[in-house]
Design a protein around this ligand. Structure first.
Ligand SMILES: Nc1ncnc2c1ncn2[C@@H]1O[C@H](COP(=O)(O)OP(=O)(O)OP(=O)(O)O)[C@@H](O)[C@H]1O
Length: 293
């Protein structure tokens, strides 16, 4: 269990990226959903011991993460948002090198580790190819392989599916689902479907604050009967926004489809829709913007 209490992070320029964040993250897959600039990477980097928060505490299975970062690093796997350079070395050699850095000293252990990880992430057939020539999906699978060296109990993946095509995304998410037994995996993303597809627990972070948390299905159930849809001309959007609690808009066949949150039918031409996680997310963001800072 990962337990975060009252975490605050203020950058040198005065930006308060985390504002009293408290979270309990159980074993399994946990989705941290938030728009760009919400503070997700700041939170991920704080948990991964890459930066020290201004105040607050992080505890993982009895390890005081802020006081004892080295202890956490032994049981941590991290796939950063930006994995950085992809050198002209083969996947095999790079993974072997990273295993050395992570302290897998014996050559025999390393061979076993590297081989089994390459198989697990389905990169065995291309193990001798240079990482520089890998596709986005292959790179992310390599990223997971390196994160899994040393059997970590806490795995952090920061926006891993951004830029992947649907097939690669699927493959990547399936891989995450397979390793989620007995470990804590935090998936930070701005893609609602990533969370809907595979996270039994989630939180929405916006403006540095946790706006909502719970099980996606429960959060969706809480909105039952409160989401309404109407198709309007795009010229009517401004008026609709003034009149209703519009949580999302999208174009469909040249018209604008709005989703409105309301306890009863908001007006003429509205039909009820079964809300999804996207509605939960957008409603949460809309509500968070209304709160004066
Ligand atoms: N090193 C830094 N110095 C100053 N401000 C920063 C720094 N890093 C991030 N910020 C600011 O902190 C806030 C949160 O940024 P963060 O990168 O954590 O958000 P995010 O949710 O990960 O967004 P994104 O998906 O765009 O990376 C933003 O306002 C950002 O501009």
């Amino acid at each position: 269990m990962l337990s975060i209490k009252n975490l605050v992070h203020v950058y040198g320029n005065g930006t308060k990226a985390l504002d009293d964040v408290s979270l309990e993250v159980p074993t399994g897959m946990f989705g941290l959903l938030g728009p760009n600039g919400a503070g997700k990477s700041t939170l991920m980097r704080s948990i991964a011991t890459l930066q020290t928060p201004t105040s607050g505490s992080i505890d993982f299975d009895g390890i005081d993460v802020i006081k004892d970062p080295d202890l956490l690093r032994r049981t941590l796997g991290y796939l950063p948002q930006d994995f950085g350079v992809y050198p002209r070395v083969s996947a095999y050699d790079m993974l072997d090198h990273m295993a050395v850095l992570k302290g897998v000293a014996s050559g025999k252990d390393r061979k076993a580790t590297v081989e089994s990880l390459l198989q697990q992430v389905n990169l065995w057939p291309v193990r001798n190819k240079a990482l520089a020539g890998f596709s986005g999906g292959m790179r992310q699978r390599f990223g997971i392989a390196q994160a899994l060296i040393g059997n970590p109990k806490l795995i952090i993946v920061d926006e891993p599916t951004a830029g992947l095509d649907p097939e690669e995304r699927n493959r990547f998410l399936n891989l995450l689902a397979e390793i989620a037994d007995n470990v804590v995996i935090i998936l930070s993303t701005h893609i609602v479907e990533d969370v809907a597809d595979l996270c039994p627990r989630m939180a929405v972070l916006a403006g540095g604050k946790i706006q909502r948390q719970g099980a996606p299905l429960e959060l969706i159930r809480e909105m039952e009967g409160r989401v309404w849809r109407k198709t309007i001309d795009k010229e009517a959007l401004k008026e609709a926004r003034d009149r209703y609690d519009v949580i999302s808009t999208r174009l469909f066949a040249g018209k604008t489809v709005i989703h409105v949150l309301s306890d009863r039918r908001p007006g003429e031409g509205f039909e009820p829709v079964a809300g999804g996680l996207e509605d939960v997310y957008f409603a949460t963001l809309t509500a968070s913007r209304k709160v004066p800072a």
